[in-house]
Write a protein that binds this ligand. Structure first.
Ligand code: PAF
Length: 281
C-alpha cells in the first residue's frame, strides 16, 4: 500500500508507473459499500486509488461535520487485502483547497434542485468542488461512486461532461445489510434502538415498489410516512418520486418513463437517505 498526503507526490509516483488508475473518492469510515467500489476498481484497473478526505464544503451544518465518523487506522486495515495495487491519498485541507476552503458555484440544472439539493444548502456545490479538484489533480482513468447517493452520482457525471474532464464515471449498486438498511458511514452514529428501527425504511420502499402501477404517488408518500413514523425513533424528512433522467419530482407516473424513489429519514440526530428504482408501469 502506498500512502500519500499531497497530490504532487502522488502524481510523481504515478508518472513512474504504467497502467490505468481507478479512483474511489471517500470520506473515510469505510464499510462494505466502499469496499465493493474498491473491488470493482481493482477488477478494472492496474491501480486503485482511494482518497480519504472529509470535505468541509459539502456540510451545511458545523455539528454534522464535527461528528462525522473517522477512523483512519481501521480504514487502512480494511484496505490491506488490496495492498499490492493500492494507493491511498489522505490530503489535508490545503492540498485540495490551496486558496480558501470555499465551494465553487456550479449549474447542474434540475439535477441539483430537489431532494438533497433542496434540503442541504450548497451541498452539491461542495461535492462538485472537491470532486473537480480530485479529478484535475489525480487524473484517474475511471472513478467509482455508489448508487445510494444516486443524485450525487448524476451530478458528478454532469460535472465530468460539463468540464470535459474525460473520466469514465462508474455507478455501483447499493450494498445493504442483511436486514435491508443501506450501508453508510453514518450508520455507526445510530444508537441500538435507532439501528433496530431503521430497516423499516427499505422494507417500506420495497412494499411501495411492489405496488407500483396500483398506487399513485400521493398514496405512496402517505404510506411511506405512516409506515416509517409508526416507529417512535424515525421521522421522515422527505419522500419523492422523481424521473431518473432529470431528477424532477413528479406527482403522476407516465408509462415508458424511468422513475426512482428518494427518501431522507431522521433517526434521532442521524440523517439517513435511501433510494429505490421503480419498475416501469
Ligand atoms: O459520497 C461521499 O462520500 C462524498 O460525497 C464524496 C463523493 C467522497 C465527496 O466528498
Amino acid at each position: 500500500m502506498f500512502v500519500f498526503t499531497t497530490h504532487s507526490e502522488l502524481r510523481s509516483f504515478l508518472k513512474k508507473q504504467t497502467g490505468s488508475v481507478g479512483l474511489v473518492p471517500t470520506m473515510g469510515a469505510l464499510h462494505k459499500g466502499h469496499l465493493s467500489l474498491v473491488q470493482k476498481a481493482a477488477e478494472n484497473n492496474n491501480w486503485v486509488l482511494v482518497s480519504i478526505f472529509i470535505n468541509p464544503t459539502q456540510f451545511n451544518n458545523a455539528n454534522d461535520l464535527a461528528k462525522y465518523p473517522k477512523n483512519m487506522a481501521k480504514d487502512l486495515e480494511l484496505l490491506t487485502p488490496y495492498n499490492k495495487k493500492l494507493i491511498v491519498y489522505t490530503p489535508n485541507d490545503s492540498d485540495l483547497y490551496p486558496k480558501a476552503i470555499n465551494a465553487k458555484k456550479y449549474d447542474f440544472g434540475s439535477l441539483a434542485l430537489h431532494m438533497e439539493g433542496a434540503f442541504r444548502d450548497n451541498h452539491f456545490n461542495g461535492v462538485a468542488t472537491v470532486i473537480e479538484a480530485l479529478f484535475r489533480n489525480l487524473k484517474p482513468d475511471r472513478a467509482y461512486f455508489g448508487e445510494k447517493d444516486f443524485q450525487q452520482l448524476q451530478i458528478i457525471k454532469a460535472l465530468n461532461d460539463q468540464l470535459n474532464l474525460g473520466i469514465k464515471i462508474i455507478g455501483c449498486p447499493i450494498i445493504r445489510e442483511i436486514d435491508g438498511i443501506a450501508m453508510s458511514s453514518r450508520n455507526q452514529l445510530l444508537n441500538k434502538k435507532e439501528r433496530n428501527a431503521a430497516p423499516i425504511i427499505h422494507q417500506t420502499l420495497q412494499e411501495i415498489a411492489e405496488n407500483n402501477g396500483r398506487w399513485d404517488v400521493n398514496y405512496m408518500n402517505h404510506f411511506f410516512k405512516k409506515s416509517v413514523e409508526e416507529n417512535f425513533f424515525l421521522r421522515v424528512e422527505y419522500f419523492f418520486v422523481a424521473e431518473e433522467a432529470t431528477l424532477i419530482p413528479v406527482s403522476h407516473l407516465k408509462k415508458q418513463n424511468d422513475y426512482r424513489i428518494f427518501v431522507a429519514v431522521n433517526a434521532g440526530k442521524t440523517r439517513l437517505i435511501d433510494t429505490l428504482k421503480l419498475g416501469r408501469i
